[in-house]
Write a new protein. Sequence first.
Length: 326
Amino acid sequence: MFRYLSVIIPNYYGAELLQQFLPSVLHALENYQGQWELVIVDDKSKDASIEVIKMFCQRDERISLIVHEVNKGFSATCNSGAAAARGEIIFFLNNDVELREDFFSGFNKYFDKPETFAVTVGGYSFIDRKPLDGLKLINWKRGFPRVTENIFREQLDPEKTDMFESGGVQGAYFFADANKFRQLKGFDELFSPYLFEETDLGYRALKRGWKIYFDPDSIAFHNVSSTLTKQSSDFKRTVDIRNKVIFIWKNINTPGLLFGNVIFLIIKLISLNRFYWKAIIKVFRLKDQILEKRKEEAKYFKVSDRTILQKFSSKNKNAEYSKRNF
């Protein structure tokens, strides 16, 4: 069964990137045997993005453009595309990614399972072809979830299973069941302008009892990035801390984990860490919205934090899926 596929590309100052990478996306889509559409959402770019996108739209009526009148950030831009999507499956894709021509040949089988929420894919560096993204792991350290570890395609033992469960998705490229994505109300825009929004999305899905899979045979090459590097490191550090705290206050309901996070934050604040002070002030300004969303999400949680963290820890997932020599 080849499902109707909607590809969503959020764009911000990406005129040159689109000209470089969009042809590979279109080539991969032309090889897809099912119905498809491509929706590009521009987040108030002031470069030549609109002109470039319109040029592609003129070539194929299946390509469409949505333009934000004001800059809204990554989450809102993806949500705008998803709201317009007509497909059963949504594929979120950054504008700085090259796809292999057979990229869309394997994802459908995962959605034959009714509990599947998302499929994350194998990401490699566009520059040197080294692995970047694989099966996502979750490790709790120093009061926070660490989601940067992966089991890469080359490390997996295909004799153990042909369906590898993942602890999350990589926001630059992943498939999602459109209906379930809307049940989750999409990306949470509290995480704007960026960082940790895909971790929040995936974790909420896991707590509802849904599944995320890693497809090692869908390969993407990421020119890491291109947009985030334009922001100051101080700004990114503050946003990173702020969004991790938002994630915990929204989603974690295990007392021991919450207590550990509070203690770690107190230590950082006592030490006068300026990034933590800036981040916590920003979090408190959002506390009413965070707590309201926490209350709403709790209605749907079926799986405990401990169960998820144990299942997707480095130790347990490596033992379950990896080759012995890794």
